[in-house]
Design a protein around this ligand. Structure first.
Ligand SMILES: CC(C)(COP(=O)(O)OP(=O)(O)OC[C@H]1O[C@@H](n2cnc3c(N)ncnc32)[C@H](O)[C@@H]1OP(=O)(O)O)[C@@H](O)C(=O)NCCC(=O)NCCS
Length: 173
């Protein structure tokens, strides 16, 4: 049985583990090990993960299957957003499902959770940044109505990459 639940303050290690594993699984084939390791080391320290969990303007959710953690979601409001940072928008910063659990409806449940939170917070739109080469994720978002509206630069280790920014108008749903 798949369940979606809010991550607790004492689950930083579990979050760190799945964040690192899913990031590696998603990006290792198309990026150098050096750039990937540098990003993982800097971005997923326990201290950083703990402070992100404790940020009142962010929220993390785990998806579990028979209590086993298989995916996670991170959303940001207000100043926790990595760009835009206005009151009436919400960022979907991360949605990652373990590779061997993809295609079972977990991503859809997490996305539905993000949309539910966006509605609860009465934002105008939900937005995200996705690597231009992550075609699979881009088509997943397009399936649910996200449209491209801009792009920004994302630094992975020593490499600058283009992130496509996509948004889903919430008012229209
Ligand atoms: C993208 C991702 C979140 C989708 O999650 P998932 O659990 O595999 O997807 P689901 O099984 O919930 O699929 C839900 C629906 O989307 C469709 N779908 C899934 N992946 C898709 C894709 N890449 N392109 C188009 N449609 C897709 C499914 O066919 C399904 O459609 P249906 O309900 O009509 O049958 C997941 O594959 C993932 O974690 N990928 C790697 C991490 C990543 O790239 N994250 C985004 C970073 S910005």
């Amino acid at each position: 049985m798949i369940e979606i639940r809010k991550i607790q303050a004492n689950e930083a290690v579990e979050l760190q583990n799945i964040a690192k594993q899913t990031f590696k699984e998603t990006f290792s084939s198309e990026n150098s090990t050096e750039n990937l390791e540098q990003y993982l080391e800097n971005s997923f320290t326990l201290q950083k993960v703990e402070s992100e969990i404790n940020n009142p303007d962010s929220a993390f959710y785990f998806a579990t299957e028979d209590k086993h953690i298989t995916a996670y979601l991170k959303i940001n409001l207000e100043d926790a957003q990595t760009e835009i940072r206005t009151k009436n928008t919400m960022e979907l910063e991360r949605i990652y499902v373990l590779k061997n659990h993809q295609g079972k409806g977990i991503g859809k449940l997490l996305l539905q959770k993000a949309i539910e939170l966006a509605k609860q917070n009465k934002v105008n739109f939900l937005w995200l940044g996705v690597w231009e080469k992550n075609h699979s994720a881009i088509s997943f978002y397009e399936k649910y109505g996200f449209v491209k509206f801009d792009q920004h630069i994302f630094t992975l280790g020593k490499e600058e990459q283009v992130d496509v920014m996509m948004k889903l108008e919430i008012g229209e749903l």
